[in-house]
Design a protein around this ligand. Sequence first.
Ligand SMILES: Nc1ncnc2c1ncn2[C@@H]1O[C@H](COP(=O)(O)OP(=O)(O)OP(=O)(O)O)[C@@H](O)[C@H]1O
Length: 772
Amino acid sequence: MMRMSKEWEKEQQKVEFVQDVINQKVNHIQENMGGLKGGIIDLRKTFWDDVTVNLDEPDDVIETFTSIKQQAELLAERERTHGHSYRVLKQMQRLKDSPFFGRIDFLEDGENSVESIYIGIASLMDVNNEEFLIYDWRAPISSLYYDFSPGRAIYNTPSGMIEGTMELKRQYIIKNGVLKGMFDTGVTIGDSLLQEVLGGNANTQMKSIVATIQREQNHIIRNEKSKILIVQGVAGSGKTSAALQRVAYLLYRYRNTLSSDNIMLFSPNPLFNSYVATVLPELGEENMEQTTYQQYLKTRLGGQYHVEDSFLQMEYTLTAMDETGYETKMKSIRYKAGLDFKTQIDHYVENLSKNGLIFKTISFRGRTVVSAQEMYEYFYSLDPSISIPNRLKLTTEWLLKEIAKQEKLERTKEWVLNEAELLDKTDYLEAFQHMQKDKREDEETFDDADREFQILAKSIVNKHFKKIRSAVKQNRFLNIKALYRNLFTLKEPFSWPEGWEEICDETLKNLKANIISYEDATPYLYLQDQLEGRKSNTLIRHLFIDEAQDYSPFQFEFLKQLFPHCKMTILGDVNQAIYAHTIDAPSLLNMEPEGTEKIVLRRSYRSTKQIVDFTKGLIAGGDMIEPFNRDGEKPVLIEVDDNDALHEKIEECVGRLKEEGHETIAIICKTMKESQAAYNVLKTSLPAVRLMDLNANSYEKGIVILPAYLAKGIEFDAVIIYNASNEQYGREYERKLFYTACTRAMHELHLFSKGKRTFFMDEVSEDTYKRG
Ligand SMILES: Nc1ncnc2c1ncn2[C@@H]1O[C@H](COP(=O)(O)OP(=O)(O)OP(=O)(O)O)[C@@H](O)[C@H]1O
């Protein structure tokens, strides 16, 4: 660091100069906004003064409506302008604290002066709006900062490549307008700023990384060409970070055509959603839509079934080994995750195109309106070359007509008369208003009492039929439940997976009880969409799938169908695949459909070199993982004999970690069951400890106990593996879960084991950890 040198002073002056400009601009905006705000308040107060309300004649009504509309538009326009100024103001305020984080001096070929480019989280022009004082980190020229060290350098602009020489690359730490640190980067010097950033405490909210984006991450962030971008990145390599900065980049690059509503992120759990929620707002952008796959399944199936939670499925697969039916469930999970099952469904649908669809009779007050048999005949009388979804549409139209006929007949029935007598005041009034409206349309005069009854009858019957009509419009006359069930009674299935009969029994039993297993939910919806037509989402134009290794090939195909016109960014790590359906299954990270580009990230930034050296020994192919050079203590393994000793040692360890200033400490267990048991004991001696459960959707600093699958994607200053024994982690299948848990640690990793430690450590070199 070049403390207090001349350069330092010059840069501090630059900070102050920029702040001055910001202040002038802020004042200017605030003055304008003050007026605008006053205007809006006045307009709201006097809204009705300028509106002419007259509802006597139809023409007057139209006029009134137009006048209200005009006034509302005026208000909306002013509010929009106000909103925009407000956002700019916020941006300025953010810039003021830390106006820039980087600088490059660039001599473009053919030019004779070097230009100093300062880079920050947003652009800033000088007071005359002529020159850039700060360039947005997403501007084309800023990519030089991320892609090159001093020397020859090149960047891409919409009008072509620009080449030149970078003479200086400098990084800054500026807090509250004061320059705190400054580093010049030579070709061989490591990233000092990154050291500084990574050395700090873990946060309960993810931070933006714009000041230190690494070259390979920049390729992900700025990729524009690929329809599908696949990122295989080792634990802690910045996949999630890259994904979020990429969202910010796309919003900037396509700011006229793309908004945050057009971007969606599938994340691993609700906790993760809150963990990443502040990154984009910090960069001055709105958050994209966020959901979990589970949430999506629940939205679509929750009304009809009890949908098994993916985490409960995981809990079962990790704890129920001794229960009967366990092997069948595991086989079922694997088969239903695969593309063979998808092909099975495709064949089934093909056959259904000829015969075999199952319909539900529509009845009203115990009588049949249209029978299932009639529907069947109508459907299959249609031209077989028309697709099933289109034939269903025609059937819907036909059904609506049949229902309308029935509805008319119903109006003279006895029950209608009875119901009319029981109507309360509001229903009566409603019907009466209808009558008034009808009267105007219809010039003939009626005896009012007679007419009144007719109208009432119509309205009563209409009300009852409304439900039927809406059900028909939603294709509820098609019996998807029965059709899915039938897949498990097929005499000649396309493929016979191992244990098929037991799988069928198990599935049918669940469906009968209105339970849909996690592994059935996707195939079920896929079948439904094949029959009813795809419910594709056209609003979303960029889809991000984080922790993609956890998706089955079937789920991925399904997602592709749901978002057909989308560009996709798929990020994950094959070594963190923790679901039963991912064992031996081809991961979508290994797939390369057409238009795919794949980027591999090998460098791990989260953990110290010592932790990475240890964790890389836990998995096959770990050698390719490169630690970022940041030092810390070696991981510690402590083997104890019994529970009492285990808890005593853990308590001691937590005490020490707290003393050392670690703010987020996680005691990671294998399952929720184990977490609960650990919590019950530890809560007396460590009163501050908290248990994170499935419903947790945010976390705070302190000591938490949680199962590994909930710790996915997030990080802690220190991680304690609650029981790394061979008894607890004794199946090959749990290796990746164990690896995932250990890689959550930034600074310290402590493994406790009741009895002998897991065999996953057999291959780990003894010099990468200490025994305590
Ligand atoms: N270029 C960078 N500059 C600063 N910090 C970085 C950078 N890249 C990654 N990090 C930090 O490394 C940590 C891990 O990043 P992130 O969570 O994005 O990785 P990941 O690949 O999604 O991890 P995992 O798969 O293990 O969940 C975070 O603290 C992040 O801020």
